[in-house]
Design a protein around this ligand. Structure first.
Ligand code: 3HC
Length: 692
């Protein structure tokens, strides 16, 4: 065995040179890994005993892509392209031996080899699009030559991982060998290649699929049209499509030039920077500075849920989906039956769409027990209260739970607004109390705010984070404060949106600007969807707000076909004259001189106070890091991924710019815009949120 460098070695196994890479955790193509490939292939070619070359990796996976941490920095070490050219032009067959995930640049290395051998659990894919990129090492030109344009379009724009079996069927893998015997399997395979004098297949020379695709230029327009909604706002999918188009229409070398040009544009742009930030933020969010990974956890084998309403039911589904039995408690049989019925209906709808079998439905329903007796939660390891937002009622429930729940059980509340420290005073074991703030619909939305109260114990926090992962959520640990992180920031946007419509904009102006910014919908369309009457009561309504007036007129949102907007029978929204008149009347009663409001002001008024509030949250220690706030807003509120979250966005546009605007608005409109101390400090120090 010869060490090439610290991450690669070459072994001559009889007549086969085996180049092994070992760069944990994922053998990413860092400078040293590229150097190991370059040096290893060079040595294998020079070694007369070696008739063929196997490229294999140690650890959990084959090369999982370029080293994402290197993007944006000055390149070091040999170029990947030179190494790939050496592999592709090798007179000796080169075989990629794949386990784990051959992704991105890693799969591109494999595509340059003459053959690919994999174990059954291996996967491959080109997920660059998820980082706002495209495969920049020939992947967009080689992939379609194997699978054709249509399949290539699907793969590069979705970033999906393809399992070994499917990869073999598609021609991406040449041979599947026994699990755990990859090295020997690859050596046997390459000896066969040599013995049978099989041709040195070069993917770049394949032409039949491209010729066939050239006869169907409509593939691309059709694909763009079919995915327009999904790709809205993102640059990378379109750039990926252009590369596949180039593969079909241009010679290989020309296609590579297109790929390189577009890759360079993406990798130096803000969208990819944002998406790379999100990639790391999603991994950082699980790391808790004072709750180490080895903190003891409480086994959670059964879950109790109090309240079978929309939230309780949705929360229950998460656990049922993960195979954890749930007992759900209601106070009245009718409410219980309704709640259980909704859960069943949701599952049956999924089954109807073919995403679950009827058997799966019954299996899940079989793990769900409904009851009217709180005592039935005595054996639950985790109990989540999901009743309406009333402190006295919640405290009463927790007081009762304290007497029923077994020692060590986690007592969680799904409150989105109430003070969890106060809820915890209702029990003699405040260390067991935590907030698990699910977002509606709770079985769909990825975000979970795990709210740490003053006395919450570390095992309870560690267990809550682990259980969140188990049920497929992305969890952010936050502290107790009004609205926690997500809704506290939302309140800023809502306040400004309401002010803007009195000052001169219309709801559809605000919505359009925020939709164009990248949100799935604006605040007024959102209110109409949720229902304007949430938290509104006819008896108490005094017509003091626009919302009051709309509700009094039975304009309660989409469900009544009217709210801020008018809706037709297909729920298409139209600006409403009625709403407009109410707004104008309100503004005039308040003596507001309406003015023209620019799109720019809508963005600045709605978004900058959010960034500022995020700074206050950090200052108060209610979020661990700024990227956690980004995770909350991306996964809970539809913040566009390609803008990286509010805090990243603040850094992108410049905190000095945000601060200057906040000060200007404060002078004009008062302390709603009072800059956070942290924001002032960062600007004074020339720093960013990302630098904290
Ligand atoms: N570069 C640098 N670090 C990487 C990395 C990469 N490509 N892929 C993963 N890591 C790091 C993670 O940040 C994490 O670090 P941490 O432990 O310090 O938090 C660690 O490796 C382990 O990653 P995961 O926690 O994600 O481990 P999993 O086992 O759950 O998943 C994986 C493994 C499927 C490989 C997943 O990490 C992944 O999807 N990685 C990204 C793959 C990718 O996007 N590749 C394309 C890169 S761009 C490219 O190749 C451009 C080329 O075309 C030129």
């Amino acid at each position: 065995m010869t060490a090439i460098n610290e991450v690669g070695d070459l072994t001559i196994d009889g007549d086969v040179a085996v180049l092994t890479l070992n760069s944990p955790p994922v053998n990413a193509l860092s400078g040293p890994v590229r150097a190991a490939i370059d040096g290893g292939i060079r040595q294998a070619l020079a070694n007369d005993a070696a008739k063929s070359i196997v490229l294999i990796c140690e650890g959990r996976t084959f090369i999982a892509g370029a080293d994402i941490t290197e993007f944006g920095k000055a390149p070091t070490g040999p170029s990947l392209f030179d190494a790939l050219a050496m592999i592709e032009n090798s007179p000796k067959p080169v075989i990629a031996a794949i386990h784990g995930t051959a992704l991105g640049g890693g799969f591109e290395v494999a595509l340059t080899c003459n053959y690919r051998v994999a174990v059954p659990s291996a996967k491959c894919g080109l997920p660059e699009v998820n980082l706002g990129l495209l495969p920049g090492a020939g992947g967009t030109q080689r992939l379609p030559r194997i699978v054709g344009a249509q399949k290539a379009l699907e793969m590069v724009t979705s970033g999906q991982h393809v399992g070994a079996k499917a990869a073999k069927e598609m021609g991406l893998f040449d041979e599947i060998v026994e699990e755990g015997k990859l090295r020997q399997g690859a050596i046997d395979f390459v000896r066969k290649v040599v013995a049978e004098k099989r041709p040195l297949k070069k993917v770049r020379d394949l032409s039949d699929k491209m010729e066939a695709d050239r006869k169907h230029p409509e593939i691309f327009a059709d694909f763009r049209k079919a995915n327009a909604r999904k790709f809205r706002g993102f640059l990378a999918p379109e750039y990926n499509i252009q590369c596949i188009e180039a593969a079909v229409n241009l010679p290989f070398e020309e296609g590579i030039k297109v790929e390189q040009k577009l890759f360079r544009e993406l990798v130096t742009g803000t969208q990819s920077a944002a998406q790379r930030h999100v990639f790391f933020a999603e991994r950082q969010v699980w790391k808790l500075p004072d709750v180490p990974a080895d903190t003891p956890q409480i086994p959670v084998n059964t879950v109790g849920i109090i309240g079978a309403g929309t939230m309780g039911g949705g929360i229950a589904m998460n656990f049922l989906n993960a195979g954890i039995p749930v007992t759900i408690v209601e106070t009245k049989q009718e409410a219980l039956d309704r709640g259980l019925g909704v859960i069943r209906k949701n599952y049956e709808n999924t089954a109807k769409k073919g995403r679950m079998t009827q058997d799966d439905v019954e299996k899940r329903m079989g793990m769900l027990k409904g009851t009217l007796a709180l005592e039935d939660l005595k054996d639950s390891d985790l109990i989540i209260e999901a009743i309406f937002e009333n402190m006295d009622v919640k405290k009463d429930v927790f007081g009762k739970l304290d007497k029923i729940a077994k020692p060590g059980a986690i007592l969680a509340t799904n409150t989105s607004a109430l003070n969890i420290d106060e809820i915890a005073t209702a029990v003699k074991r405040p260390e067991a109390v935590i907030g698990l703030h699910f977002f509606s619909p709770a079985n769909v939305m990825r975000l979970l705010e795990v709210v740490r109260a003053d006395k919450t114990s570390k095992p309870v926090i560690a267990t809550s984070m682990a259980i969140a992962k188990k049920i497929g959520k992305i969890a952010a640990l936050v502290g107790v404060c009004p609205g926690f992180v997500g809704n506290r920031i939302l309140a800023q946007r809502q306040r400004e949106a309401q002010k803007l419509i009195l000052e001169g904009a219309m709801p559809w102006d605000v919505d359009r600007v925020l939709y164009d910014f990248g949100f799935p919908m604006g605040p007024f369309a959102m209110s109409d969807l949720a229902g304007l009457d949430i938290g509104w009561s006819k008896e108490k309504s005094k017509g003091e707000t626009i919302r009051d007036r709309l509700c009094e007129m039975d304009r309660r949102g989409q469900k009544t076909s009217a709210g801020f907007y008018d809706y037709d029978e297909n729920r298409n929204a139209k600006p409403s004259k009625v709403t407009e008149d109410i707004i104008l009347e309100f503004a005039s009663k308040k003596g507001i001189n309406r003015r023209t409001i620019s799109d720019e002001e809508i963005i600045e008024r709605c978004i900058y106070p959010m960034i500022n509030e995020g700074a206050k949250i950090l200052e108060e220690g209610k979020a661990i890091r700024s990227s956690d706030i980004d995770i909350v807003w991306i996964n809970g509120y539809g913040w566009p991924v390609y803008r990286g979250g509010p805090m990243f966005y603040g850094d992108t546009i410049g905190l000095d710019k945000v601060l200057a605007k906040m000060k200007q608005f404060q002078a004009q409109m008062g302390d709603d815009f009072k800059p956070a101390k942290l924001l002032e400090k960062l600007v004074a120090d020339g720093k960013t949120f990302g630098s904290l």
